[in-house]
Write a protein that binds this ligand. Sequence first.
Ligand SMILES: CCCCCCCCCC/C=C/CC(=O)SCCNC(=O)CCNC(=O)[C@H](O)C(C)(C)COP(=O)(O)OP(=O)(O)OC[C@H]1O[C@@H](n2cnc3c(N)ncnc32)[C@H](O)[C@@H]1OP(=O)(O)O
Length: 363
Amino acid sequence: MVARLAPRWCLRALRSPLQVIGFPSLQLHMSGIAMRASQEDFENALNQVKLLKKDPGNEVKLKLYALYKQATEGPCNMPKPGVFDFINKAKWDAWDALGNLPKETARQNYVDLVSSLSSSSESSNQVQPGTDRKQQEYENLVVTSEDGITKITLNRPTKKNAINTQMYQEIILALKAASNDDSILTVVTGNGDYYCSGNDLTNFMDIPPGGVEEKAKQSAVLLRDFVGSFIDFPKPLIAVVNGPAMGISVTILGLFDAVYASDRATEMLIFGKKLTAGEACAQGLVTEVFPDSTFQKEVWTRLKAYSKLPKNAMKISKQVIRNMEKEKLHAVNAEESSVLQERCLSDECINAAVNFLSKRAKL
Ligand SMILES: CCCCCCCCCC/C=C/CC(=O)SCCNC(=O)CCNC(=O)[C@H](O)C(C)(C)COP(=O)(O)OP(=O)(O)OC[C@H]1O[C@@H](n2cnc3c(N)ncnc32)[C@H](O)[C@@H]1OP(=O)(O)O
């Protein structure tokens, strides 16, 4: 019954340790709790959650969980889970953060939140493909091909295009497809006000049955494959940095053949330091900076002109330039991935993720 009714993201959540976060509504039906005052709205909202087309993300699921518990049981009455019991601790924190919020208010907030999710889910594919030929469907990317240019758009604007686990895999697939398609240039850009806010900090919450060590190992493999697909990309690869860029989305910019940034890309956050696009340009990380008001027009005019250049000559030129450093880049990538595997388990990493997520969980 659950399997028939639940959307795809719910099914994924069911297989993961995050399943309880994802299913406040199912818990209600299973426990058969009867609602009174705004029962109808609340029940409608519980049903609506199951119809959402897109996974709303762990933070929202935590909010839903907390509101559901508050609405049905009142203030948090559970003992606080241990610090390494990430999932239950995140849930507990989210619920506890609601303090003495009255049940009726929690119920209303739950209804409001679901209603906002339903409307944003309807307009979730905010990228207008225009006349572009749309390629394979991805959940977190929009990939189009036109005029010899394959454009890979990071498409989680409500999460500032943070890269979740599935999105890492989709980017690997999209690059693979672009390397074999007819295009001359491949462009990576972001939808919305951000280029990308880096690694999705909820990635580390979804702990597999093998525990945190297994998670760290999986993360290292994924990171190595992800970065490796940029190192090996055979055609000219351009980043169109439409807004702030953070974390891993900045550190891989060096693997692009050109990086065009809007002067609104004022937060190129590396090593905790904010760089303006101009500063990043002075340091060689960005090729050229354009005024935000004319950014899209100027960059796309230029890219369309480049796409008319001889395809094979460009591809071969890139390979000649890049092949010399490939071996070294792969070696550095392997080393960095293995360091990540170790650092994932450090207190510093865990605390940073937990701090960010617990701030998010407060309503
Ligand atoms: C087995 C597989 C595991 C895969 C793991 C692979 C491991 C590879 C790791 C490689 C290392 C990478 C280094 C990094 O990239 S670390 C991440 C660096 N980025 C950050 O720390 C950014 C965190 N976000 C923020 O500081 C702020 O959100 C912001 C980007 C400055 C925007 O602030 P603003 O106030 O404008 O907006 P909000 O904070 O309200 O954000 C809107 C919603 O977006 C969500 N969000 C934003 N960034 C992230 C993120 N990086 N991860 C998860 N979620 C993010 C935010 O929570 C809001 O969501 P909400 O509305 O639901 O609350």
